[in-house]
Design a protein around this ligand. Structure first.
Ligand code: UN1
Length: 498
C-alpha cells in the first residue's frame, strides 16, 4: 500500500483529496496481490462541492455554441485514439476482461466521442406552420443543468462515455461517480477531458461508495438528472430516491437475454454466438446470452458442440493474449455465481464447469469455470434471474412461437437473437420479441453507438442511451412561438378564414 499511486477527485478543475481523507484500494481481480491504486472514499461534502462546481460551470457551458462543444468531444476522441493501448491495459488489470475486449471498450468511447461531436452540428429541432398568420413555431433542445452519472464496472470507459458525451454536447455539466471496482479507467477518461481543455467545473469526478456518494447525488435539488447503469435492485433505489423531487432518471439495468436457435440454423455459427454471448466478458454484460433456446431437433448436436467449446476455453489473466475469458470482478460476484450454480445443480442438469478455479495462479483471482446447464425449464431460477457470470442455460423448445414466448417470459427485455435461414421466421422473431435490441444470425451482444441502446420491462424505465435517443435523455424540448403580427392573436379561438 505504501507505494501505490493515490488518485484524487476532480472538482472544479482541481485534483483534490476527499474531505475526510479516506481512501479505498483498487485491486486486480485476476490476481488480488496486485494493488493498482488508491482512490478517494468521498462523502456528502465532497459531493456537495462537486455539484456546486458543476452548477457554477453550467452558467457558461450552456452558452458555449454546441458545435464548439462538439469540437471538444472530437478532440477527446482523438486523444482516446492515441491512448487506446495505454487505457486498455489498466482496464484489463482492474476489470479482468481480456485485452481485446478492453480495447473494444475504449473503442466504444472513441466511437461515442466522434458520434456526439457530430451532434454538436445537429441536435435538430422542428419548425412547423402555425394555424395563425404571421406566427412562427419551432422546437429546440435545451440542456437540463447538472447531471449525475453513476456507472458500472463491466464497461469502465464505454458506458461512462455513453452518458458523458451526449450530456456535454447538449450543454449539461456533470458529476461522475464511477463503480468502485473500476475507478482507474474512469480517472483516465476524466484526465483526457482535462487534457483537451474542457473548462473547469464542467466534468467533476468523485469516487466512493453508492451510499456515501451516489445517494447524496440522487437527493440533491441541484442535480437535474441521474443516469444510472447497474443492477435492477440498485436501479429501483435510484428510482425511489429520485421520485419525491420528480428528478429525471435514466436507468439501464439487468438482462436475461436469449439466443433462439431454430432447426434450420447454421449450428456452428450459432455455437460461435453462444460462446461469445455466454462467456465473453465472463458473462458480465447486461447483454450476455445467459439463455440459449434450442429447437429439439438440433438440441443434441448443439449441446455436444457447445459444451466441447466451453470446456476448451482458456481462462486466465486477460493480459495474456492466449486467454479467452478472465475472472469475475470480485469475491461477491463470484459467490453469486457459485450460489446460482448450486441452485442450478438442484434444478437442472450440469453439463460442464460448475466450480471455482483454485489451482496454481488461479487461487489469487476470482476465476470460475465456464458452466452450462442442460434440460433447463424456462421457469427455473437459473433461467429467470440475472447471474452476471459464466453460466448458460440451454432450454429446449418445439417451435419458433414457443421460443419467442420463452424469450419474452422474464422480467427483463434488453437483447435477444435468432439463428435461422428462413427469412419469414427471422422477421417474425424480430417483430414479436419484446426486447430493446434484436439480432438475426448474431449473438445478443455487439450494439453500436449510433442506434438506441436499452431495454423493456425491468431492464429500463423507458429511456434509451446512444444514438439520437440519448439526446432525449440529456435535453428537454422547448416549444417556441414567435408572433410577428403586431396584434393579439388567439390560438384555437380566432377565426382567420375570410
Ligand atoms: C453492457 O452489457 O453493459 O452490445 C453494455 C454490447 C456492448 C455494450 C454492452 N456494445 O454488448
Amino acid at each position: 500500500m505504501a507505494d501505490a499511486k493515490v488518485y484524487k477527485n476532480f472538482i472544479n478543475g482541481e485534483w483534490v483529496d476527499s474531505v475526510a481523507k479516506k481512501t479505498f484500494e483498487n485491486r486486480n481481480p485476476a490476481d488480488t496481490r496486485e494493488l493498482l491504486g488508491v482512490f478517494q472514499a468521498s462523502n456528502e461534502e465532497d459531493v456537495k462541492r462537486a455539484i456546486d462546481a458543476a452548477k457554477e460551470a453550467y452558467k457558461k457551458w450552456r452558452l458555449v455554441p454546441a458545435p464548439k462543444r462538439g469540437e471538444m468531444l472530437f478532440r477527446l476522441g482523438e486523444t482516446l485514439v492515441r491512448r487506446k493501448e495505454d487505457f486498455a491495459r489498466p482496464m484489463t488489470q482492474e476489470m479482468g476482461k481480456v485485452l481485446k475486449e478492453t480495447r473494444g471498450d475504449v473503442q466504444e468511447a472513441i466511437d461515442m466521442s466522434y458520434y456526439m461531436a457530430g451532434e454538436g452540428r445537429r441536435q435538430f429541432g422542428e419548425t412547423t406552420p402555425s394555424e395563425l398568420p404571421n406566427k412562427f413555431m419551432m422546437s429546440v433542445r435545451m440542456p437540463l443543468g447538472v447531471c449525475a452519472m453513476i456507472t458500472p464496472w463491466n464497461f469502465p470507459m464505454a458506458i461512462p462515455s455513453w452518458k458523458l458525451m451526449p450530456a456535454l454536447v447538449c450543454g449539461n455539466t456533470v458529476v461522475f461517480k464511477p463503480a468502485s471496482y473500476t475507478p482507474l479507467s474512469a480517472y483516465n477518461l476524466v484526465k483526457a477531458c482535462e487534457e483537451v481543455g474542457i473548462p473547469k467545473g464542467v466534468v467533476n469526478f468523485v469516487t466512493g461508495s453508492g451510499g456515501a456518494v451516489g445517494i447524496p447525488l440522487m437527493k440533491s435539488d441541484d442535480v437535474k438528472l441521474v443516469t444510472f447503469t447497474g443492477s435492477t435492485a440498485v436501479g429501483r433505489t435510484v428510482s425511489e430516491v429520485c421520485a419525491p423531487s420528480f428528478k429525471h432518471t435514466h436507468l439501464e439495468m439487468g438482462g436475461k437475454n436469449a439466443i433462439m436457435v431454430m432447426d434450420d440454423a447454421k449450428i456452428d455459427l450459432a455455437i460461435e454466438g453462444a460462446v461469445w454471448g455466454g462467456f465473453g466478458t465472463t458473462g458480465q454484460r447486461c447483454t450476455a446470452a445467459s439463455r440459449v433456446i434450442v429447437h429439439k431437433k438440433v438440441v443434441k448436436e448443439f449441446t455436444d458442440k457447445f459444451v466441447a467449446r466451453a470446456k476448451a476455453l482458456k481462462i486466465g489473466n486477460g493480459l495474456d493474449p492466449a486467454v479467452e475469458m478472465g475472472p469475475s470482478i470480485s469475491e461477491d460476484q463470484l459467490n453469486t455465481v457459485m450460489e446460482y450454480v448450486e441452485i442450478g445443480k438442484k434444478e437442472a442438469k450440469l453439463l460442464c464447469g460448475g466450480n471455482r478455479m483454485t489451482s496454481g495462479d488461479y487461487k489469487h483471482g476470482y476465476f470460475h469455470e465456464p458452466t452450462i446447464f442442460g434440460d433447463v425449464d424456462p421457469q427455473m431460477r437459473i433461467a429467470q434471474e440475472e447471474i452476471f457470470g459464466p453460466v448458460v442455460s440451454i432450454i429446449p423448445c418445439d417451435s419458433l412461437e414457443q421460443a419467442i414466448d420463452i424469450n419474452n417470459g422474464t422480467i427483463y427485455g434488453l437483447s435477444a437473437s435468432v439463428y435461422t435461414q428462413d427469412v419469414n421466421k427471422a422477421f417474425q422473431a424480430m417483430r414479436d420479441s419484446y426486447t430493446g435490441i434484436f439480432y438475426v444470425n448474431a449473438s445478443t451482444i455487439g450494439a453500436e453507438v449510433h442506434l438506441p441502446f436499452g431495454g423493456t420491462n425491468h431492464t429500463g424505465n423507458g429511456h434509451r442511451e446512444a444514438g439520437t435517443a440519448a439526446l432525449d435523455v440529456f435535453s428537454e424540448w422547448k416549444a417556441i412561438y414567435v408572433d410577428f403580427s403586431g396584434k393579439l392573436q388567439k390560438a384555437q379561438i380566432d377565426d382567420i378564414m375570410p
